[in-house]
Ligand binder design. Sequence first.
Ligand code: NAD
Ligand code: TYD
Length: 356
Amino acid sequence: MDNQRNILVTGGCGFIGSNFIHLVAGIRPNWRLVNLDLLTYAGNLKNLEGIDEGRGYRFVKGDICDQALVNSLFKRERIDTVVHFAAESHVDRSIVDPDAFIRTNIFGTFTLLEAARSYWQGGTNTIAKPIFLHVSTDEVFGSLGESGYFTETTPYDPRSPYSASKASSDHLASAYFHTYGLPVIITNCSNNYGPYQFPEKLIPLIFNNGRNGKELPVYGDGKNIRDWLYVTDHCQAVVEVIDRGSSGRTYNIGGNNEKTNIEVVTLICEMLDAKIGPLPDGRSRNSLITFVTDRLGHDRRYAIDSSRLKEEIGWQPSVSFEQGIEMTIDWYLANQEWLATVIDGSYQDYYKKMYA
Ligand code: NAD
Ligand code: TYD
């Protein structure tokens, strides 16, 4: 399946979007990608080094909430596929300052849906088999007890401003399918990890603090559970959903890798100790673990049942958690300059010069 496509990728300078662009550049040479990204704090052009502007790729700095810009991109680039990653994505930030989450995640998604409706259903073009793939999260389903899994029919029960904004955007996307027949597909994925993740999220934050001998903050009792998925497995699933997914369908994507936070943090400490040696005083990095005040409304457990994706599309994760964490630690160790420029903020100077 390698049909020609003109794909609008939103948020392609973020963590998952940039991994998606690298993957597609390698495995789908006939897919032309137009990356629309506002370059917020989470967007980093350095994530796309090696991806050159040209026939197969174009970067546009802009806001998904800008209706005129988005409409013009659909027309000018003859967009037949949207892969919508752009979002405010960090739960802790949504607790402190939800405003941007409501704007980008809800209004931005609405703006893109409107542009797709107007361009694909305006009757003046010849777009064959369009797809609007809305990338979402398992957090829309709320929090699980000790047993059970999220399936595609689990009722929505978002509990943070982030997950509520994503749930709202999922409902909008679904409504555009039911009301207007827009060819919408929604994917709800579990926690990702891997290269290019911004170090405010658990795994790169623990790597960075552990590497520098700083405190490792674990919220509450550390027994909250997340279902971790290596980012390339997520991106591969998105590619396969574009290839073989059905319009109006939702697909859960999960790693089958449930871990408590304390297990994750301990594993990173052990791997770092083994790879770069213990702390200067000889202690393991585990000694840096500090239990801190819990996150407000902290969801206890997420776990995904992705059997629909396996049965209907044939996808399943290929990277085990232990392999994935090791690849991630190796990537961050080999890319300490990337991390340093993100931590000190200088990664933003690079694009400010280009897009002043
Ligand atoms: P990220 O925060 O790393 O990247 C978001 C990107 O969107 C950045 O490049 C940012 O500049 C861009 N952006 C933000 N606001 C914008 C706007 N108004 N207009 C244009 N661009 C804008 O996020 P991520 O972790 O890569 O997540 C990508 C998507 O996947 C999100 O929709 C998120 O909800 C979803 N998701 C993430 C995870 C995860 O574990 N990270 C899991 C499941 C689903
Ligand atoms: P995070 O990476 O923020 O992802 P999400 O909130 O979307 O699941 O957090 C993953 C888990 O790690 C979550 O249970 C909160 C916890 N956590 C900590 O214990 N300490 C931290 O410093 C961070 C950022 C997260």
